[in-house]
Design a protein around this ligand. Structure first.
Ligand SMILES: [Mn+2]
Length: 353
């Protein structure tokens, strides 16, 4: 049995509204969805699992007809869809009443559904959202329905307001495969068995890293999965550390070179850090016009404190204690870093020791 597992396609979204690349991204998301269907057809997969938020909003009948048309290219594949927190399904919604002409089943929101497919001896258990939130503790207790079959759990959630679950419970569940969606960053919770496939394409600037779908094969009851990256571009953070001998022109050149090296199609956030010794003004507008730059963050280019030296000098006073309390996460926690900077600004300025 061969399957493809994807989620969080968010058809209909216009990512980064107002940015020059926004319309292109809307189209690219559709194109990538079609590419997955082409992959499924080429590989002749038996099952296509869509773990919620295929649409960015509850779909209209027209949107459903479009997707149904694309899915009808699949000659060997059954598609099973659940609605997520974005495309949730009210009883009177077009999605709840749509009759697919492709081999597609959308699981209802009324109950936990079990779909058994005799030809592939596979049972898919799951249900749709009927609202933007679902805080019920279902996933920690849900059980496979068909003994002797290959049992799949199809679910959308993983945070406090969307079917919160305990990873340990899911790892120990008796499902042969758990196909999760909702959290946009892909995560293998248990190798070959419990996987959140992540969004098909990155949707906003926090979705850094590769995006795609899971391809799986089941041979003699043993599942083997692999991540297939298909996203057309990536969001990337470009960290620029300013050194004392840097000039604004050098920095712009450096950023320009890096973007060309990594890929001009990607969407960048430029984070300028370090001590701006010469109080230079960095004008990135020429690069913003040339590339896809979501934002330039320069707020960190402030006076850096030498924490070690400050601590040595102030071990016995409030400043030393303050550094000691917060400095553990200085390098990996931005909030903590800011807290230290603001705190030290005040403590050093007021001389309050
Ligand atoms: Mn979601």
């Amino acid at each position: 049995m061969k399957f493809i597992h994807m989620a969080d396609v968010h058809l209909g979204i216009q990512p980064d509204k107002g940015k020059p690349w926004s319309k292109d991204r809307e189209q690219e998301i559709k194109d990538t969805f079609v590419k997955v269907i082409d992959d499924a057809q080429r590989q002749q997969v038996d099952l296509l699992l869509i773990a919620g938020d295929l649409f960015h909003m509850p779909p209209s009948e027209g949107m459903l007809r479009d997707v149904d048309y694309i899915l009808s290219r699949l000659t060997a594949t059954k598609t099973i869809i659940i609605a997520g927190n974005h495309d949730y399904m009210k009883p009177d919604s077009p999605m709840a009443n749509y009759r697919f002409s492709s081999k597609t089943i959308c699981l209802s929101a009324e109950k936990i559904n079990n779909v058994y497919m005799k030809d592939i001896n596979t049972c898919v258990t799951g249900f749709s959202y009927n609202n933007k939130e679902n805080t019920e503790d279902i996933l920690n207790h849900i059980k496979p329905a068909k003994q002797g079959a290959f049992n799949i759990l199809l679910a959308h959630g993983g945070d406090a307001k969307h079917l919160p679950f305990n990873k340990k419970n899911l790892k120990e569940s008796n499902f042969d495969y758990v196909a999760l969606g909702h959290i946009h960053k892909p995560e293998v919770i248990k190798e070959n068995q419990v996987i959140n496939c992540g969004s098909l394409e990155p949707i906003d600037h926090t979705d850094t890293g590769a995006r795609g779908y899971i391809y799986g094969e089941v041979v003699d009851g043993i599942v083997k999965t692999q991540f297939v990256p298909v996203a057309k571009r990536a969001y990337m953070n470009l960290l620029i550390n300013i050194k004392p001998d840097h000039s604004p022109a050098m920095i712009l050149d450096l950023v320009d070179r890096q973007i060309r090296n990594i890929g001009e199609r990607n969407i960048y956030r430029i984070l300028v850090k370090g001590h701006n010794h010469n109080h230079d003004v960095f004008d990135f507008s020429s690069l913003v016009a040339k590339y896809n730059i979501y934002e330039v963050v320069t707020e960190e280019s402030r006076d850096e404190y030498d924490l070690n030296q400050l601590y040595q000098e102030n071990q016995d006073n409030l400043i030393g204690k303050f550094i000691n309390q917060l400095s553990d996460n200085y390098y990996n926690d931005e909030v903590c870093r800011k807290a230290i900077h603001y705190g030290l600004d005040v403590l050093l300025k007021t001389g309050d020791k």
